[in-house]
Design a protein around this ligand. Sequence first.
Ligand code: UQ1
Length: 407
Amino acid sequence: MMSMNVCTYEPDSPHMIEMLPRVVNLVVYYMALHYYQPMFTLIGGGFKKLEQASREMGSVLPKGVHWIRDSAVKFDPDNKRVHTGSGDQISYEYMVIAMGVALNFHLVPGLVEALEKDPMVCSNYSPKYVSKTSKAIHAFKEGNAIFTFPNTPVKCAGAPQKIAYLTDWHFRREGKRERAVVMYNTSLPVIFGVKKYAASLMDVVKEKGIQLNVRRNLVEVRSDKKEAVFENLDNPSEKITYQYEMLHATPPMSTPEVLRTCEKLVDQGGFLDINRNTLQHKKYPNIFGVGDCTNLPTAKTVAAISEQLRVLKKNLFLQMEGKALKPLYDGYSSCPLLVGFDKCILAEFDFDGEPLETFPFNQGKPMRFPFHLKRDFMPHLYWLALLTGYWDGPGRYRKLMHLGMGR
Ligand code: UQ1
């Protein structure tokens, strides 16, 4: 049995590695590569290559961190232990759980088979299928290009529609847009959960002639007939079948099984049950959480994680020193919504869906500057500053940009 001070654990499908370079001394994790997943939209869109989004895991872990190439198979929070796949037990004093979410392609009958066999079925969500997307866009001739959003919480809630906009852009350039129906079928009742940006996105949808169907959930793919079956979530007995020429699927997501089945740690939805302002577990004060596996009621993005890291660093140390925690997290999250090749709406908002914009201009308007921020600047910010512990969100810059006024 090993004994360590702080243990953070990353299983097979992290959104980002969410670690605390100066605090963590143990990482339980077994993936060989680490992916910068915000780049996956650009890879699917044909503007970047998968190799540009990955690094060797060993090269991004901070020096001094002990890397256990293993997986957690059971949490035992009462005895402060984690059981691993190889039969070890790790005891801890404090634990940060940052597991990300699992991609459950297998929960949609026929989807895995379609992704494996049909070159026109793709998903930007998986490194296995993301490179298929741009090939499918170029191979498309005519018919329905269908994009889906599942009936579960997802990471990067903008990604399922961003690829629809990039596809529309390619179709126009290749002169085949009139022969295509670009259809976005979402389980949500709205295009986006934050009012201000939903209004801008509705203008984009109208302008591009995209068919938006709300409350539609993908329940089956029949690749032999090129059919995608959706249920109407307002009337689940009603099934709607569409013929597809191209299908971009966003899989249902959940926390990984080891966490989801640990009732002591999770809420009813299976997400790590933490205080939304301090990031401390609601029952176990020596456990904290960040990122996609938590039940923080905000959008699951790396931008959100960057702000959560600041709060986590502060509160974990306060807890270790026996002091009162600070309710610092306001739900900040951000989603750079690409609405074409060179235009972006930079959504930034809090728990209440109120805009928290960094720059002193209206970020609800599609603009070129945030596109460059997303394509050219963010990857460097991630590799060089976030993973090394220097970037903890744009909060302080927002105050500067607004000359100390506002939040
Ligand atoms: C951000 O901090 C971040 O993490 C590095 C992202 O992920 C790639 C983002 O997309 C965004 C928008 C932010 C927020 C930063 C600024 C400068 C607005």
